[in-house]
Design a protein around this ligand. Structure first.
Ligand code: NAD
Length: 476
């Protein structure tokens, strides 16, 4: 639901909050609402509680933090089936078995306190030490597409940095998100941690998001979502880690291993019905191998649609909103067999993807479609393919991939795309580390603000301390 809020209303909310601060009402006081294991009716109360928790959290050392974060990792594993089932029930998107994998990925591969090693310099002028310090309370927005994994991964990263956290979750998943927060707080408290390290509002709205964005006690914002929320958060004069939209293209040239490309793209683009921002959203294939690729893609169990069926389904599923085509809520994250019903086709639930040929400006290409139907576009040659990929990505600089045996071409592609994640000869999901890639994993890939695949350092300030003319104990 889109609720419009005027500039004047925003200013009134911010002014009221600032007045609260001036009159001292923001101090943690005995009258502060106690919440229900981190869940509050009012955003101001959720922020105050997270702030009181921060003041307490500061007295714990990094080993304590690790213990609390391990507790959050245990929550993620202990409740992975229940959280996944609830996500499908509440959002109507994706596949429960894939969501379980996402939770395992978070529990095992989200980065923690090991990323906060201090750095030191020693020389004739003395010694300098740089450390990662918390911001305080971080205001978070989480998406509907991975409500619990994003939240759990943000909790692990941001608590690692010594921060506490307030969430304004996506309304469609508010019950699941409140439940996740309650379980995390319970596990943390049972490890001797402060209460309310993580808080949220029970009923998130656009207004409560505005309060969170503008509140003087939220020192950093971390938003994961589409272009609207990124723009809304950036209107406030405070730092933002923004994980915005992507529209990852994949290019297949005539030197590529086509069978590998067909298998990898099927695995990656069909995962959780293509609701990951990092998964392939459109495929470009060099003309000389186009027909062979289509045959091999079908051989992976995907269902080929004819051009008119792609048009017909596109008219039902995609609509122009402002600059962008967007997918309708009824079609996002749906199994291929459910999409096929719109065309009067009966398919098995096991079919990974629908696919079909379109031109390069078709709404299926332009939209970040986030569902089980992927367009395939014929390009004359590698050079035309690179430019088509560049255009389809809309300059988000998020994710792209290429299948080629020519590493010189792969380098040309990488330099032109300039995406934060670039995968060569693999499904684009592999670019985000974890179970299918290399390196740490994150559900918050911050392209608009430049952090890329985020880790705890991205939620910290850097502080340097210098001791002049002393403490240099090696050398003269
Ligand atoms: P969405 O933009 O509809 O909602 C995301 C969040 O923003 C929700 O909590 C929503 O309530 C809030 N929101 C939306 N407009 C707002 C506004 N004007 N003010 C305050 N809050 C607002 O997105 P979604 O459908 O939930 O998630 C899918 C989108 O998120 C896709 O575009 C996807 O690419 C992106 N995403 C990006 C990453 C990443 O790491 N870059 C990860 C996951 C999702």
């Amino acid at each position: 639901m889109q609720v419009k809020i005027s500039e004047q209303e925003i200013q009134d909310i911010v002014r009221r909050v600032v007045e609260d601060v001036m009159t001292g009402e923001l101090k943690s006081s005995p009258t502060m609402a106690s919440g229900d294991w981190g869940v509050f009716d009012d955003m101001n109360d959720a922020i105050h509680a997270a702030h009181a928790a921060f003041l307490e959290y500061e007295s714990f050392d990094i080993q304590d933090r690790k213990r609390f974060i391990d507790a959050v990792r245990r929550v993620t594993l202990d409740f992975k089936e229940e959280f996944s089932r609830m996500a499908v029930e509440q959002t109507g998107m994706g596949r429960a078995e894939h969501k379980i994998t996402k939770h395992i990925n978070v529990a095992k591969h989200a980065s923690g306190v090991e990323f906060l090693q201090p750095k030191a310099w020693s020389g004739k002028n003395g010694m300098a030490l740089e450390e990662y310090a918390p911001w305080g309370v971080i205001g978070n927005i989480s998406p509907s597409t991975h409500p619990s994994p994003t939240m759990l991964e943000n909790i692990i990263s941001q608590l690692s940095g010594g921060n506490t956290i307030v969430f304004n979750p996506h309304p469609v998943a508010k019950k699941l998100n409140a439940y996740v927060i309650q379980r995390c707080n319970q596990y943390i408290v049972s490890e001797g941690g402060p209460k309310n390290l993580v808080t949220c509002v029970a009923d998130p709205t656009l207004e409560s998001a505005q309060v969170m964005f503008g509140h003087p006690l939220t020192k950093l914002l971390s938003v994961t979502g589409g272009p609207g929320v990124v723009e809304a958060a950036m209107k406030f004069s405070k730092p933002v880690v923004a994980a915005g939209p992507g529209n990852p293209p994949v290019l297949i040239d005539e030197t590529a291993d086509l069978k590998l490309a067909a298998a990898e793209i099927t695995m990656s683009a069909s995962f959780d019905n293509n609701i990951l921002c990092i998964a392939e959203k459109e495929i470009f294939v060099v003309e000389s191998v186009f027909n062979e690729f289509m045959r091999l893609f079908q051989a992976q169990g995907n269902k080929k649609l004819i051009v008119s069926q792609m048009d017909q389904l596109g008219k039902k599923a995609l609509e122009l909103q402002g600059k962008y085509y967007v997918i309708s809520r009824h079609h996002v994250g749906k199994n291929a067999n459910l999409l096929a019903r719109d065309l009067g086709m009966k398919l098995s639930e096991e079919v990974p993807l629908l696919f079909g040929e379109t031109d390069k400006d078709h709404p299926w290409v332009v939209a970040e479609q986030m569902t089980s139907c992927i367009p395939v576009v014929r390009v004359k040659n590698f050079e035309e393919g690179v430019e088509a990929c560049f255009k389809a990505e809309h300059g988000f600089e998020h994710t792209s991939s290429i299948f080629t045996r020519d590493m010189n071409r792969a380098s040309i592609f990488a330099r032109r795309m300039k995406t934060d994640v670039l995968v060569i000869n693999g499904g684009s999901l592999r670019g985000n580390g974890g179970l299918t890639g290399e390196g740490y994993f994150s559900h918050t890939i911050a392209s608009p603000t430049g952090q890329g695949i985020t880790n705890p350092r991205d939620f910290c300030r850097r502080r340097r301390i210098m001791t002049a003319h002393s403490l240099r104990f090696v050398g003269s």
